[in-house]
Ligand binder design. Structure first.
Ligand SMILES: Cc1cc2nc3c(=O)[nH]c(=O)nc-3n(C[C@H](O)[C@H](O)[C@H](O)COP(=O)(O)OP(=O)(O)OC[C@H]3O[C@@H](n4cnc5c(N)ncnc54)[C@H](O)[C@@H]3O)c2cc1C
Length: 538
């Protein structure tokens, strides 16, 4: 009997293997090393063609940097369920972000028709409006970094990691993205990332695929009203242009910046509730500095990309600060959706080769904070939206208009004062040296104080993090939706407005591209299940 058969390969689980940066790391070399070091069971050495690389991660700790691989049994690619020609009464989907598009895609896999409506424009036309935003400070309330084809995910950092543990569902989303033109590396990278130069093509391919099976996506279609049937069920929508789209149910996947859409749902009878969120600033460093901190003497090694980081500080009272949506080699962009407000966020290209690293640095805002400020009594579930707006207006005023952003060096911020000069930045509309602490204090919440305390701790964790070359840029107010649109746990419909399926980040069920896409697919399955139940009952 050949020694290779003496091992039941089915019993060989994933093989974890670390390699030094200068070692070869193609599959052959990895299997050689696995055999040499005994990680690969002896008898399995001849069955090399049955293995593949499952994941690749960079493990950087205290200046020692290694690549961490997991090898595993090659799986015959499970055939993806393809969308098929759709038929029947359509589901009306508001929003062509990840949640709306993946909802339509999953419905099409079941052959269920949908019409997708988005207030924004297709990716190419949208790009021109983004230019207007960054170069001239003009905010188009329907076409910006948050609104338009692909939603807030299109011109973003495009990182695809999620805290979700539903591995099968995450894999499904990533595979669909690869099928529509995303780079296959995202199937194995532990921190998958696409980048804003590639995302628009992926989003377009997804929309074209939907069109082929009979699912249209209408742009320039801002929904202003929900349509209900005689039983009071949501069955359709009206747009600002007066067009009506009616079908079997309505999925609202309008994202965390469409506060007008929250009011539309409330007017039709949906219950809303306030939820905790977070606000703060963006911090920017030279990427070379972050690389040195994270990679030590290995910084600049060709196998290493721009280094990410993550920081978090939780003091005894539980109210600390944490980094959010860190963008290595990225740009800070103006993500406002309303004139007179300033919001910053981060994006990057696939190469992540800008000389800057930026990250949100935010502090949690709890429901008790909104109550203490009297906002809950005044505005009910929209209290958090008002707080976001106040901060955004204060940021806009401190920047002096034109979407210039107020900025303070980390060293000055920690000392509780403004800066008179600020370093060069990736933020194209420009920075204004200011006192960002005072801007944060306009909320009457101790956001600045919390950030100050946290920065001192972060500087100890990552030496130089709060140094002269680090600049805080305001304001980061839209980390997640401050409002939830509750839904029934099993039907996923609004308990007070049957037929309405609140979906994605804007409804409070996702935080990021992948989780929004997964929520869209989950909602689609709930709509299909409701349809089958109705069919059985008939
Ligand atoms: C600059 C930036 C960078 C980001 N980087 C990342 C990242 O790297 N990784 C990550 O996971 N997440 C990132 N995010 C967050 C991520 O984009 C969102 O979590 C995700 O897009 C949410 O998906 P969604 O489909 O729920 O909503 P959205 O993507 O917000 O989509 C909502 C859509 O609804 C449309 N809409 C709104 N109101 C109406 C209306 N009344 N009528 C018709 N249409 C309407 C909008 O035009 C929009 O297209 C980033 C966000 C921004 C702004």
């Amino acid at each position: 009997m050949s020694p290779d058969r003496s091992v039941d390969l089915a019993l060989v689980l994933d093989l974890a293997l670390d390699v030094e940066l200068d070692e070869r790391d193609d599959l052959d070399a990895l299997l050689d090393k696995a055999a040499r070091t005994g990680v690969l069971p002896k008898g399995a050495a001849g069955a090399r063609d049955r293995f593949e690389i499952k994941s690749r991660a960079v493990d950087a700790r205290r200046g020692r940097v290694r690549l961490h691989y997991v090898l595993g049994q090659r799986e015959s690619a499970a055939a993806q369920v393809a969308p098929r020609q759709v038929a029947g009464l359509p589901v009306i989907i508001v929003g062509a972000g990840p949640a709306g598009l993946f909802c339509a895609y999953e419905l099409a896999r079941a052959g269920v028709a949908a019409i997708v409506l988005d207030r924004g424009k297709q990716v190419q036309a949208r790009r021109r409006d983004l230019k207007g935003l960054t170069q001239h400070g003009i905010v188009d309330p329907d076409s910006n970094y948050c609104f338009g084809e692909g939603g807030a995910g299109t011109y973003s950092d495009g990182k695809l990691y999620t805290r979700s543990h539903k591995r099968g569902d995450v894999r499904d989303v990533i595979e669909i993205l690869v099928e529509h033109g995303a780079p296959p590396e995202i199937l194995v990278d532990a921190r998958p990332h696409i980048g804003s130069n590639r995302l628009p093509k992926v989003v377009t391919a997804l929309r074209e695929h939907l069109a082929q099976v009979g699912v249209p996506v209408h742009f320039g279609a801002r929904v202003t009203e929900l349509v209900r049937d005689a039983k009071g069920h949501a069955i359709g929508v009206r747009t600002a242009a007066g067009e009506e789209f009616v079908g079997r149910a309505v999925v609202v996947a309008s994202g965390h910046s469409a506060t007008d859409m929250l009011e539309v749902q409330a007017r039709a009878g949906a219950r809303l509730e306030a939820k905790p969120f977070a606000m703060g600033v963006r911090i920017e460093h030279p990427q070379a500095m972050i690389d040195r901190i994270q990679y030590g003497k290995h910084a600049g090694h060709p196998k290493l990309r721009a280094a990410p980081y993550r920081v978090a500080y939780t003091p005894a009272d539980g109210r600390g600060a944490y980094s959010f949506c860190m963008c290595p080699g990225g740009w800070i962009v103006p993500a406002a959706t309303e004139a007179g407000g300033l919001v910053v966020n981060g994006m990057s290209l696939s190469r992540r080769d800008s000389p800057y690293a930026n990250s949100g640095l935010v502090v949690a805002v709890e429901l008790a904070d909104l109550e203490r400020l009297g906002l809950t009594a005044q505005l009910g579930p929209m209290a958090g939206v008002e707080l976001q707006r106040r901060l955004e207006r204060a940021g806009f005023a401190a920047g002096g208009g034109g979407l210039r952003a107020p900025a303070t060096r980390a060293t000055d911020f920690v000392q509780g004062r403004g800066s008179s000069t600020v370093p060069a930045s990736s933020y194209e509309p420009g920075l204004v040296a200011a006192d960002l602490g005072a801007v944060l204090d306009t909320t009457a919440l101790p956001l600045a104080a919390r950030l100050r305390e946290a920065l001192v701790v972060f500087d100890r964790q990552l030496r130089g993090y709060a140094s002269e070359n680090a600049v805080l840029i305001g304001v980061e107010s839209r980390t997640s939706s401050p409002v939830r649109v509750p839904r029934d746990a099993s039907s996923l419909q609004s308990p007070t407005l049957p037929g309405l399926y609140p979906c994605g980040e804007g409804a409070g069920y996702a935080g990021g591209i992948v989780s929004a896409a997964m929520d869209g697919m989950r909602v689609a399955r709930a709509v299909v299940a409701a349809g089958s139940r109705a069919g059985e009952a008939a």
